[in-house]
Design a protein around this ligand. Sequence first.
Ligand SMILES: *Cc1c(COP(=O)(O)O)cnc(C)c1O
Length: 222
Amino acid sequence: MSIRENIGRLKASLPQGVALVAVSKFHPPAAIMEAYEAGQRIFGESRVQELKAKQQQMPDDMEWHFIGTLQRNKVKDIASHIHTIHSVDSLKLLQEIERQAEKHHRVINVLLEIHIAREDTKQGMIPDECRELLNGIRLKDYPHVRFAGLMCMATDTDDTALIRREFRTLRRLFDELKSAFFPDDASFKELSMGMSHDYPVAVEEGSTMIRVGTGIFGVREY
Ligand SMILES: *Cc1c(COP(=O)(O)O)cnc(C)c1O
């Protein structure tokens, strides 16, 4: 199936209110333009240099999301254009995003990345670290950061029941943090969960934002 057909099929299957992030990492500009021409506007990348190079040669009305591990000293390289950073997993990174966003007179959306999966390799804070982070800051000290919600990756497995439990855990944490820290803040509303192989389960468990690469662009070359 073509990129256009994949996007059409995906969008038709998503309930209203669930956004599609097209994960274009490792795919060439021509493939991204094909998605753009099919109406896709939100794109996700996981490497700073690759994101910058692509963003500079693409139409201005694309919304770029950063989904990979982000080193603090690289925030300055994406701060002028990035719309949402899905992978905020420390206070230091949050502080640097605030600093760089202020320099550019922008507000950057952030999602707090939570480690839910069984694998050691997955990034993110465990729920207690996230509670601690939010307890330890004053939101008004971050006027250039919009706390938009949470993100996670589920365990890479065929065990659908396990994946469902993990997404449900993130959903419950979201509800808890929402009422504890953001009761009157309509911006804290996103649950970024679900990839090509597990997004249907994620959507059933309340995802508002799925991140799909292979399911749109095919298998990555490397
Ligand atoms: C690569 C990646 C995706 C997309 O994965 P697919 O299996 O190709 O859909 C989603 N989220 C993150 C954080 C990724 O790194």
